[in-house]
Design a protein around this ligand. Structure first.
Ligand code: ZN
Length: 198
């Protein structure tokens, strides 16, 4: 497929240790799959997958690396999209940090990791800890584990998608609770404040 051949063009700089773990890197195996044009298995399940789809397509308002623009509408370089919870430490708030490493949000992943580890054992796959952080992030976001036989794809998704979807829902509500709400902001001062009486 032409597009398959083009896929690596979107991956100019793959550095697994880099902080720049954009979803192109996380979903690298998915991009090279044989059924590239078929909707991913997790999109064909019966559950509401919209929050997961938003995260997978980097279209959330709560993962800092997804926000291209700052409050003043200027472009924020990827390297400066810091995790607000970890400031003053300047750590890029990407999926990998938010889900696996951030001391504020990563504890939400623990129960999902436990059930994914159980699922890995059911399919005789390597333990959770033997996967790379990027592979772990991809699995938490609904991708199949790298060594899963294709015939087990559907069963894998069926047995894990609830846990993955619940994780995304709890991440979403965690951030909406802890970040300033997307309020329209302070009302512009249309009238000048009345002069104080002499
Ligand atoms: Zn953080």
């Amino acid at each position: 497929m032409e597009l398959l051949n083009h896929a690596p063009l979107h991956l100019p700089h793959i550095n697994y240790d880099s902080k720049k773990a954009s979803y192109n890197h996380i979903a690298r195996d998915d991009l090279q799959s044989h059924d590239f044009f078929k909707p991913a298995q997790d999109l064909r399940s019966h559950l509401d997958q919209l929050p997961l789809l938003r995260l997978r397509t980097q279209a959330t308002s709560y993962i800092p690396s997804h926000s291209h623009l700052a409050n003043d509408h200027t472009y924020t370089p990827y390297d400066q999209r810091y995790c607000p919870s970890c400031l003053p430490l300047q750590i890029v708030g990407n999926e990998l940090h938010t889900i696996l490493h951030c001391p504020h949000s990563s504890p939400l992943s623990h129960s999902t990791i436990l059930s994914l580890n159980r699922a890995l054992r059911r399919y005789d796959l390597c333990y959770w800890s033997s996967h790379t952080p990027l592979q772990q992030t991809a699995i938490l976001l609904g991708s199949s584990p790298p060594k899963l036989l294709r015939k087990h794809d559907k069963a894998w998704t069926h047995s894990t998608s609830t846990a993955c979807t619940q994780l995304i829902h709890s991440l979403q509500s965690h951030f909406f609770k802890h970040q300033p709400s997307a309020s329209p902001g302070p009302a512009p001062s249309l009238t000048s404040s009345p002069a104080s009486p002499p």
